[in-house]
Design a protein around this ligand. Structure first.
Ligand code: NAD
Ligand code: UDP
Ligand code: UDP
Length: 350
């Protein structure tokens, strides 16, 4: 058939497309009519996350590690490849920083050659343990460059530098989003993040593990809201490069989060205290003025509603436990922060 008569479809690469956020993004892009290529090394991503998409005529999945070059022809790139939970990114810190830095070089090289627009999933962790509150994009952050979180924080900071240098030096069209804590269906039950830990603990009657005194704050964004922000940023005029904060400014303490989850699940799990992990930020809340004005975006799903949907997802997952494979069964247990495990084993972090 003469390809010139076919409608031109946007070809989009999603690295990390089999992960929590990536799989929701692939779905959303397919619904918008794009051709989607998902590239993932399945470190923390799951084939089951993209299984429903595999039969889709505009979807393709490939096993690929972003620390290696990739030659494909695309119009847009969403670079999400990187483990996001402290338990996972501290499992192999050297691979984590390589993924952020070399992964950025390779995807930027690809964007430069193909003239594709490129989106970077950066993070609120670039602000470290922030001294200003809420965090605005102009705040330069307070990050410990040699601590246990540095492989992630500093890797993401270096990736931002690369994005802006490729933009200035090679005119690559960049879109940098600083993502704040996001939750929703398809988080892994064992990835150690607070929302998945508390929900799994509440549903299985295990104690809820509060690290520190539970007074530290976070601001939780429901996944559908975040993905809408990604697409709006990508579709915004080229002058909108970011970095732009994407997150929900509704800030609560970790102890309050536990109370909401106990209340919604009706669980009688007790609350127990565990040591606060090293370099755990005490407060975090996005200033989303830029996203509101430049993208006309703000989160719509209230916390209780998003938690209710997420709890329904985990409830279904846990009740399907009998049919899970051994690999999946191993995943249905909350994980402790690596620093907490180290303290238990007598290793002290200074
Ligand atoms: P996730 O762990 O579910 O997804 C990351 C995906 O990247 C996984 O599918 C994993 O297999 C893949 N991956 C990891 N290393 C790779 C490599 N070297 N090559 C190819 N693929 C690789 O995490 P997520 O929550 O979906 O996060 C997605 C992105 O968003 C990450 O870059 C993360 O840093 C960023 N982010 C997420 C949050 C959040 O709250 N979820 C907050 C801030 C930033
Ligand atoms: N690269 C890639 N796909 C491409 C083009 C480049 O993976 O389509 C990688 C390649 O590994 C290269 C890196 O991106 O090393 C950076 O590319 P750039 O053109 O900026 O640098 P150079 O090739 O000149 O080192
Ligand atoms: N946290 C907790 N109990 C848990 C898991 C996490 O109290 O079982 C705390 C953690 O110390 C941090 C907050 O919850 O203060 C958010 O942790 P998460 O790992 O989800 O995200 P991040 O620290 O990367 O923002």
């Amino acid at each position: 058939m003469d390809s010139s008569v076919l409608p031109a479809r946007k070809r989009v690469l999603v690295t990390g497309g089999a992960g929590f956020l990536g799989s929701h993004l692939c779905e959303r892009l397919l619904a918008g009519g794009a051709e989607v290529l998902c590239a993932d090394n399945y470190f923390t991503g799951r084939r089951s996350n993209i299984a429903p998409l595999l039969g889709h005529p505009r979807f393709e999945a490939m096993r690929h590690d972003v620390t290696f070059p990739l030659y494909v022809e695309v119009d847009e790139i969403y670079n999400l490849a990187c483990p996001a939970s402290p338990v996972h990114y501290q499992f192999d810190p050297v691979q984590t920083i390589k993924t952020s830095v070399i992964g950025a070089v390779n995807t930027l090289g690809l964007a430069k050659r193909t003239k594709a627009k490129i989106f970077q999933a950066s993070t609120s962790e670039v602000y470290g343990d922030p001294e200003t509150h809420p965090q605005v994009e102009t705040y330069r952050g307070s990050v410990n460059p040699i601590g246990p979180r540095a492989c992630y924080d500093e890797g993401k900071r270096a990736a931002e530098t690369l994005f802006f240098d490729y933009h200035r030096q090679h005119r690559v069209r960049i879109k940098v989003a600083r993502i704040f804590n996001t939750y929703g269906p398809r988080m892994l039950p064992n990835d150690g993040r607070v929302v998945s830990n508390f929900i799994v603990q509440a549903l299985t009657g295990q104690p809820i593990t509060i690290y520190g005194d539970g007074g530290q704050t976070r601001s939780f964004c429901y996944v559908d809201d975040l993905i809408e922000g990604f697409v709006r940023l990508m579709d915004a005029p080229d002058a909108v490069t970011g970095p732009v904060n994407l997150g929900n400014p509704h800030e609560i303490t970790v102890a309050e989060l536990a109370r909401h989850i106990l209340d919604i699940t009706g669980s009688r799990s007790e609350l127990i205290r565990r040591p606060l992990p090293a370099d755990d930020p005490m407060q975090r809340c996005p200033d989303i003025t830029q996203a509101r004005t430049a993208l006309n975006w703000e989160p719509r799903v209230p916390l209780r509603e998003g938690l209710t949907r997420t709890i329904a997802y985990f409830d279904h997952l846990l009740s399907a436990k009998a049919t899970l494979s051994a690999e999946e069964l191993g995943e249905v247990a909350p994980a402790e922060a690596p620093e907490v495990r180290m303290e238990h084993s007598g290793v002290r972090l200074v």
